[in-house]
Design a protein around this ligand. Structure first.
Ligand SMILES: Nc1ncnc2c1ncn2[C@@H]1O[C@H](COP(=O)(O)OP(=O)(O)O)[C@@H](O)[C@H]1O
Ligand SMILES: [Mg+2]
Length: 337
Protein backbone atom coordinates (compact mmCIF):
# COMPACT_ATOMS: atom_id res chain seq x y z
CA UNK A 1 0.00 0.00 0.00
CA UNK A 2 1.09 3.53 -0.82
CA UNK A 3 0.18 6.31 1.58
CA UNK A 4 0.64 10.03 1.90
CA UNK A 5 0.04 11.24 5.44
CA UNK A 6 -0.55 14.96 6.06
CA UNK A 7 1.79 15.98 3.28
CA UNK A 8 2.43 19.69 2.84
CA UNK A 9 4.74 21.22 0.24
CA UNK A 10 5.33 24.92 -0.26
CA UNK A 11 7.45 26.55 -2.95
CA UNK A 12 9.01 29.94 -2.63
CA UNK A 13 11.13 30.98 -5.58
CA UNK A 14 12.05 34.53 -4.58
CA UNK A 15 12.16 34.22 -0.82
CA UNK A 16 9.40 36.85 -0.53
CA UNK A 17 6.40 35.75 1.46
CA UNK A 18 3.97 36.96 -1.24
CA UNK A 19 5.56 34.61 -3.79
CA UNK A 20 4.92 31.57 -1.64
CA UNK A 21 2.86 28.83 -3.32
CA UNK A 22 1.36 25.99 -1.35
CA UNK A 23 1.46 23.13 -3.84
CA UNK A 24 0.05 20.58 -1.40
CA UNK A 25 -1.83 21.45 1.75
CA UNK A 26 -2.00 18.66 4.34
CA UNK A 27 -2.86 15.92 1.84
CA UNK A 28 -3.65 12.43 3.10
CA UNK A 29 -4.20 9.62 0.64
CA UNK A 30 -4.19 5.82 0.72
CA UNK A 31 -3.76 3.75 -2.40
CA UNK A 32 -4.35 0.02 -2.32
CA UNK A 33 -2.21 -2.40 -4.33
CA UNK A 34 -3.59 -2.78 -7.84
CA UNK A 35 -5.65 0.41 -7.82
CA UNK A 36 -5.61 2.41 -11.05
CA UNK A 37 -6.14 6.02 -9.99
CA UNK A 38 -6.72 8.81 -12.48
CA UNK A 39 -5.86 12.29 -11.23
CA UNK A 40 -7.33 15.52 -12.56
CA UNK A 41 -7.27 19.15 -11.47
CA UNK A 42 -6.52 22.62 -12.81
CA UNK A 43 -3.06 23.92 -13.65
CA UNK A 44 -0.93 24.22 -10.54
CA UNK A 45 -3.35 22.25 -8.35
CA UNK A 46 -0.61 19.93 -7.06
CA UNK A 47 -0.85 16.87 -9.32
CA UNK A 48 2.79 16.73 -10.43
CA UNK A 49 3.99 17.67 -6.96
CA UNK A 50 2.10 14.65 -5.60
CA UNK A 51 3.81 12.30 -8.05
CA UNK A 52 7.19 13.89 -7.35
CA UNK A 53 6.76 13.41 -3.61
CA UNK A 54 5.69 9.80 -4.09
CA UNK A 55 8.76 9.09 -6.25
CA UNK A 56 11.09 11.05 -3.98
CA UNK A 57 12.05 13.76 -6.50
CA UNK A 58 10.69 16.22 -3.93
CA UNK A 59 10.74 16.05 -0.15
CA UNK A 60 7.63 17.28 1.67
CA UNK A 61 7.96 20.15 4.16
CA UNK A 62 5.94 18.04 6.58
CA UNK A 63 4.11 14.73 6.46
CA UNK A 64 5.13 11.27 5.39
CA UNK A 65 5.19 8.87 2.48
CA UNK A 66 4.63 5.24 3.44
CA UNK A 67 5.20 2.19 1.27
CA UNK A 68 3.73 -1.00 2.71
CA UNK A 69 3.65 0.77 6.05
CA UNK A 70 7.34 1.72 5.95
CA UNK A 71 8.26 5.38 6.13
CA UNK A 72 10.21 6.08 2.92
CA UNK A 73 10.01 9.89 3.11
CA UNK A 74 13.75 10.21 3.57
CA UNK A 75 14.77 7.48 1.13
CA UNK A 76 16.28 9.25 -1.88
CA UNK A 77 14.76 9.10 -5.34
CA UNK A 78 17.44 6.87 -6.87
CA UNK A 79 16.82 4.19 -4.25
CA UNK A 80 13.05 4.41 -4.68
CA UNK A 81 13.40 4.31 -8.46
CA UNK A 82 13.41 0.51 -8.59
CA UNK A 83 9.95 0.46 -7.08
CA UNK A 84 8.46 2.88 -9.61
CA UNK A 85 8.06 3.09 -13.34
CA UNK A 86 7.58 6.67 -14.57
CA UNK A 87 6.44 8.27 -17.79
CA UNK A 88 6.42 12.04 -18.22
CA UNK A 89 4.71 14.33 -20.71
CA UNK A 90 7.86 14.95 -22.73
CA UNK A 91 8.58 12.05 -25.14
CA UNK A 92 12.27 13.07 -25.18
CA UNK A 93 12.67 12.48 -21.46
CA UNK A 94 12.15 8.75 -21.17
CA UNK A 95 14.30 7.35 -23.97
CA UNK A 96 17.83 7.88 -25.29
CA UNK A 97 17.53 9.31 -28.81
CA UNK A 98 20.95 8.20 -30.01
CA UNK A 99 20.31 4.59 -29.05
CA UNK A 100 18.20 2.01 -30.89
CA UNK A 101 14.85 0.62 -29.73
CA UNK A 102 16.56 -2.60 -28.72
CA UNK A 103 19.37 -0.83 -26.86
CA UNK A 104 16.89 1.31 -24.93
CA UNK A 105 14.93 -1.78 -23.91
CA UNK A 106 18.11 -3.66 -22.99
CA UNK A 107 19.19 -0.82 -20.72
CA UNK A 108 15.84 -0.82 -18.94
CA UNK A 109 15.64 -4.58 -18.71
CA UNK A 110 19.18 -5.63 -17.90
CA UNK A 111 20.20 -2.80 -15.62
CA UNK A 112 22.45 -4.25 -12.97
CA UNK A 113 22.72 -7.64 -14.65
CA UNK A 114 26.18 -9.06 -14.04
CA UNK A 115 26.15 -12.77 -14.79
CA UNK A 116 28.15 -12.22 -17.96
CA UNK A 117 28.65 -15.94 -18.66
CA UNK A 118 25.01 -16.40 -19.69
CA UNK A 119 24.32 -12.86 -20.77
CA UNK A 120 24.31 -13.79 -24.45
CA UNK A 121 21.81 -16.58 -23.97
CA UNK A 122 19.51 -14.17 -22.20
CA UNK A 123 19.92 -11.50 -24.82
CA UNK A 124 18.33 -13.65 -27.52
CA UNK A 125 15.56 -14.61 -25.14
CA UNK A 126 15.06 -10.99 -24.11
CA UNK A 127 14.83 -9.96 -27.74
CA UNK A 128 11.97 -12.39 -28.25
CA UNK A 129 10.19 -10.96 -25.20
CA UNK A 130 10.68 -7.42 -26.50
CA UNK A 131 9.38 -8.30 -29.97
CA UNK A 132 6.26 -9.93 -28.51
CA UNK A 133 5.63 -6.91 -26.28
CA UNK A 134 6.21 -4.43 -29.10
CA UNK A 135 3.90 -6.29 -31.47
CA UNK A 136 1.02 -5.70 -29.10
CA UNK A 137 1.54 -1.95 -29.43
CA UNK A 138 0.38 -2.00 -33.03
CA UNK A 139 2.85 0.77 -33.88
CA UNK A 140 5.22 -1.35 -35.96
CA UNK A 141 8.04 -0.91 -33.47
CA UNK A 142 8.92 -4.61 -33.64
CA UNK A 143 10.20 -4.08 -37.18
CA UNK A 144 12.40 -1.18 -36.12
CA UNK A 145 14.43 -2.76 -33.35
CA UNK A 146 17.68 -1.35 -34.68
CA UNK A 147 16.37 2.08 -35.52
CA UNK A 148 17.61 5.04 -33.50
CA UNK A 149 14.85 6.28 -31.21
CA UNK A 150 15.69 9.90 -32.08
CA UNK A 151 14.08 9.63 -35.52
CA UNK A 152 10.82 8.18 -34.20
CA UNK A 153 7.53 10.00 -33.58
CA UNK A 154 6.50 11.23 -30.13
CA UNK A 155 3.85 8.52 -29.92
CA UNK A 156 6.31 5.77 -30.69
CA UNK A 157 8.75 7.15 -28.15
CA UNK A 158 6.07 7.37 -25.46
CA UNK A 159 4.94 3.81 -26.18
CA UNK A 160 8.54 2.67 -25.85
CA UNK A 161 8.98 4.64 -22.61
CA UNK A 162 5.86 2.98 -21.27
CA UNK A 163 7.26 -0.45 -22.02
CA UNK A 164 10.59 0.53 -20.43
CA UNK A 165 8.74 1.78 -17.36
CA UNK A 166 6.79 -1.43 -16.92
CA UNK A 167 8.91 -4.29 -18.22
CA UNK A 168 10.47 -5.88 -15.17
CA UNK A 169 14.15 -5.24 -15.32
CA UNK A 170 16.74 -7.45 -13.75
CA UNK A 171 18.31 -6.04 -10.64
CA UNK A 172 21.27 -7.92 -9.19
CA UNK A 173 20.60 -10.03 -6.10
CA UNK A 174 22.33 -7.33 -4.07
CA UNK A 175 19.93 -4.67 -5.38
CA UNK A 176 16.96 -6.95 -4.88
CA UNK A 177 17.95 -7.57 -1.27
CA UNK A 178 18.43 -3.84 -0.63
CA UNK A 179 14.99 -3.05 -2.09
CA UNK A 180 13.33 -5.90 -0.23
CA UNK A 181 14.78 -4.68 3.06
CA UNK A 182 13.64 -1.12 2.27
CA UNK A 183 10.21 -1.67 0.80
CA UNK A 184 8.77 -5.05 1.80
CA UNK A 185 7.15 -3.51 4.85
CA UNK A 186 8.76 -6.13 7.11
CA UNK A 187 11.09 -5.22 9.93
CA UNK A 188 14.52 -4.67 8.33
CA UNK A 189 16.21 -7.53 10.16
CA UNK A 190 13.37 -9.92 9.46
CA UNK A 191 13.40 -9.02 5.76
CA UNK A 192 17.17 -9.36 5.53
CA UNK A 193 17.13 -12.75 7.25
CA UNK A 194 14.27 -13.98 5.07
CA UNK A 195 16.22 -13.03 1.96
CA UNK A 196 19.49 -14.52 3.15
CA UNK A 197 17.91 -17.82 4.28
CA UNK A 198 16.14 -18.30 0.97
CA UNK A 199 19.21 -17.24 -0.99
CA UNK A 200 21.49 -19.65 0.88
CA UNK A 201 19.04 -22.51 0.50
CA UNK A 202 18.64 -21.99 -3.27
CA UNK A 203 22.34 -21.31 -3.77
CA UNK A 204 23.15 -24.57 -1.97
CA UNK A 205 20.78 -26.45 -4.29
CA UNK A 206 22.32 -24.78 -7.32
CA UNK A 207 25.91 -25.49 -6.23
CA UNK A 208 25.04 -29.15 -5.65
CA UNK A 209 23.47 -29.41 -9.12
CA UNK A 210 26.52 -27.80 -10.71
CA UNK A 211 28.87 -30.20 -8.98
CA UNK A 212 26.71 -33.20 -10.00
CA UNK A 213 26.66 -32.02 -13.61
CA UNK A 214 30.41 -31.46 -13.64
CA UNK A 215 31.03 -34.92 -12.25
CA UNK A 216 28.73 -36.64 -14.74
CA UNK A 217 31.14 -38.21 -17.21
CA UNK A 218 28.31 -39.18 -19.57
CA UNK A 219 27.76 -35.52 -20.50
CA UNK A 220 29.60 -33.62 -23.23
CA UNK A 221 31.15 -30.23 -22.49
CA UNK A 222 28.32 -28.47 -24.33
CA UNK A 223 25.65 -30.49 -22.52
CA UNK A 224 27.24 -29.57 -19.20
CA UNK A 225 27.24 -25.88 -20.06
CA UNK A 226 23.61 -26.07 -21.14
CA UNK A 227 22.52 -27.91 -17.98
CA UNK A 228 24.38 -25.47 -15.76
CA UNK A 229 22.61 -22.59 -17.52
CA UNK A 230 19.23 -24.18 -16.88
CA UNK A 231 20.09 -24.76 -13.22
CA UNK A 232 21.18 -21.14 -12.88
CA UNK A 233 17.99 -19.87 -14.46
CA UNK A 234 15.94 -21.95 -12.00
CA UNK A 235 17.93 -20.55 -9.09
CA UNK A 236 17.61 -17.03 -10.48
CA UNK A 237 13.85 -17.14 -11.01
CA UNK A 238 13.21 -18.73 -7.62
CA UNK A 239 14.82 -15.71 -5.95
CA UNK A 240 13.26 -13.16 -8.29
CA UNK A 241 9.73 -14.54 -8.01
CA UNK A 242 9.89 -14.18 -4.28
CA UNK A 243 11.84 -10.99 -3.70
CA UNK A 244 11.82 -8.74 -6.75
CA UNK A 245 9.82 -5.61 -5.90
CA UNK A 246 10.87 -3.87 -9.11
CA UNK A 247 8.31 -1.63 -10.80
CA UNK A 248 5.38 -2.21 -8.52
CA UNK A 249 3.95 1.26 -9.04
CA UNK A 250 3.44 3.14 -12.28
CA UNK A 251 3.45 6.96 -12.26
CA UNK A 252 2.15 8.69 -15.39
CA UNK A 253 2.20 12.47 -15.60
CA UNK A 254 0.14 13.62 -18.60
CA UNK A 255 2.06 11.07 -20.65
CA UNK A 256 -0.22 11.44 -23.68
CA UNK A 257 -0.65 15.24 -23.57
CA UNK A 258 2.00 15.93 -26.22
CA UNK A 259 0.57 13.41 -28.69
CA UNK A 260 -2.00 13.82 -31.46
CA UNK A 261 -5.48 12.53 -30.44
CA UNK A 262 -5.26 9.29 -32.39
CA UNK A 263 -1.83 8.34 -31.05
CA UNK A 264 -2.82 9.49 -27.56
CA UNK A 265 -5.75 7.07 -27.66
CA UNK A 266 -3.50 4.23 -28.77
CA UNK A 267 -0.98 4.90 -26.00
CA UNK A 268 -3.78 5.14 -23.44
CA UNK A 269 -5.28 1.83 -24.51
CA UNK A 270 -1.86 0.31 -24.31
CA UNK A 271 -1.41 1.78 -20.84
CA UNK A 272 -4.68 0.24 -19.72
CA UNK A 273 -3.67 -3.15 -21.07
CA UNK A 274 -0.24 -3.10 -19.44
CA UNK A 275 -1.66 -1.93 -16.11
CA UNK A 276 -4.25 -4.70 -16.04
CA UNK A 277 -2.00 -7.47 -17.25
CA UNK A 278 0.69 -6.64 -14.69
CA UNK A 279 -1.84 -5.60 -12.03
CA UNK A 280 0.23 -2.51 -11.39
CA UNK A 281 -0.73 0.11 -8.87
CA UNK A 282 -1.05 3.17 -11.09
CA UNK A 283 -1.37 6.94 -10.68
CA UNK A 284 -2.23 8.62 -13.96
CA UNK A 285 -2.41 12.40 -14.15
CA UNK A 286 -4.41 13.66 -17.12
CA UNK A 287 -5.97 16.96 -18.13
CA UNK A 288 -8.54 15.06 -20.16
CA UNK A 289 -11.64 14.49 -18.02
CA UNK A 290 -13.10 11.96 -20.40
CA UNK A 291 -9.95 9.84 -20.18
CA UNK A 292 -9.99 10.20 -16.39
CA UNK A 293 -13.52 8.76 -16.39
CA UNK A 294 -12.90 6.05 -18.99
CA UNK A 295 -9.76 4.61 -17.43
CA UNK A 296 -8.97 3.42 -13.94
CA UNK A 297 -11.16 2.37 -11.03
CA UNK A 298 -10.68 5.45 -8.88
CA UNK A 299 -10.65 9.17 -9.64
CA UNK A 300 -9.13 11.97 -7.61
CA UNK A 301 -9.57 15.68 -8.25
CA UNK A 302 -7.08 18.22 -6.93
CA UNK A 303 -7.85 21.89 -6.37
CA UNK A 304 -5.31 24.35 -4.99
CA UNK A 305 -3.33 21.68 -3.19
CA UNK A 306 -6.35 19.85 -1.76
CA UNK A 307 -8.14 16.68 -2.78
CA UNK A 308 -11.73 17.77 -3.42
CA UNK A 309 -13.04 14.55 -4.93
CA UNK A 310 -12.10 10.92 -4.42
CA UNK A 311 -14.45 8.34 -5.93
CA UNK A 312 -14.15 4.64 -6.64
CA UNK A 313 -15.87 1.82 -8.47
CA UNK A 314 -19.59 2.21 -9.21
CA UNK A 315 -19.64 5.78 -7.95
CA UNK A 316 -16.92 6.68 -10.44
CA UNK A 317 -18.71 4.89 -13.28
CA UNK A 318 -21.79 7.08 -12.74
CA UNK A 319 -19.85 10.35 -13.06
CA UNK A 320 -19.98 12.43 -16.25
CA UNK A 321 -17.71 15.13 -17.66
CA UNK A 322 -20.47 17.63 -16.80
CA UNK A 323 -20.40 16.53 -13.16
CA UNK A 324 -16.65 17.08 -13.06
CA UNK A 325 -16.90 20.49 -14.72
CA UNK A 326 -19.53 21.58 -12.19
CA UNK A 327 -17.30 20.50 -9.31
CA UNK A 328 -14.42 22.48 -10.79
CA UNK A 329 -16.57 25.59 -11.08
CA UNK A 330 -17.95 25.25 -7.57
CA UNK A 331 -14.46 24.79 -6.12
CA UNK A 332 -13.28 27.87 -8.02
CA UNK A 333 -16.22 29.91 -6.75
CA UNK A 334 -15.60 28.82 -3.17
CA UNK A 335 -11.92 29.73 -3.46
CA UNK A 336 -12.79 33.21 -4.74
CA UNK A 337 -15.10 33.94 -1.81
N1 LIG B 1 9.87 23.42 -8.66
C1 LIG B 1 8.98 24.36 -8.38
N2 LIG B 1 9.34 25.61 -8.00
C2 LIG B 1 8.43 26.53 -7.69
N3 LIG B 1 7.10 26.34 -7.70
C3 LIG B 1 6.67 25.13 -8.06
C4 LIG B 1 7.57 24.08 -8.42
N4 LIG B 1 6.83 22.98 -8.72
C5 LIG B 1 5.55 23.33 -8.55
N5 LIG B 1 5.43 24.62 -8.16
C6 LIG B 1 4.18 25.32 -7.86
O1 LIG B 1 3.38 24.47 -7.06
C7 LIG B 1 2.04 24.49 -7.50
C8 LIG B 1 1.62 23.11 -7.90
O2 LIG B 1 2.35 22.69 -9.04
P1 LIG B 1 2.17 21.30 -9.77
O3 LIG B 1 2.13 20.22 -8.77
O4 LIG B 1 3.22 21.21 -10.80
O5 LIG B 1 0.74 21.46 -10.44
P2 LIG B 1 -0.02 20.59 -11.53
O6 LIG B 1 0.83 19.45 -11.91
O7 LIG B 1 -1.30 20.22 -10.88
O8 LIG B 1 -0.26 21.52 -12.69
C9 LIG B 1 1.97 25.53 -8.61
O9 LIG B 1 1.57 26.76 -8.05
C10 LIG B 1 3.39 25.59 -9.11
O10 LIG B 1 3.66 26.84 -9.65
MG1 LIG C 1 1.70 18.92 -13.74
Amino acid sequence: MLELVNVTKTFNISGNKEDERTALDNVTLQIEPGEFVTIIGGNGSGKSTTLNIVAGSLTPDSGKVLLNGRDVTKIPEYKRAAYFGRVFQDPMKGTAGDMSVLENLEVAYLRGWTHSAIRWGFKEKDKKIFIEELKRFGLGLEDRLNQKVGVMSGGQRQALTLLMATIRNRPTFKMMKRDYVLFSGLDENVARKEFEDEYNLRKGEYDKKVSDIKNDSSLSKIDKKEKINVAYQEFDSAIRNKFDLTKQILLLDEHTAALDPKTAKKVLELTDKIVHENQMTTLMVTHNMKDALTYGNRLIMFHLGHIILDVKGEEKKKLTVDDLLKMFEEADKKAEN
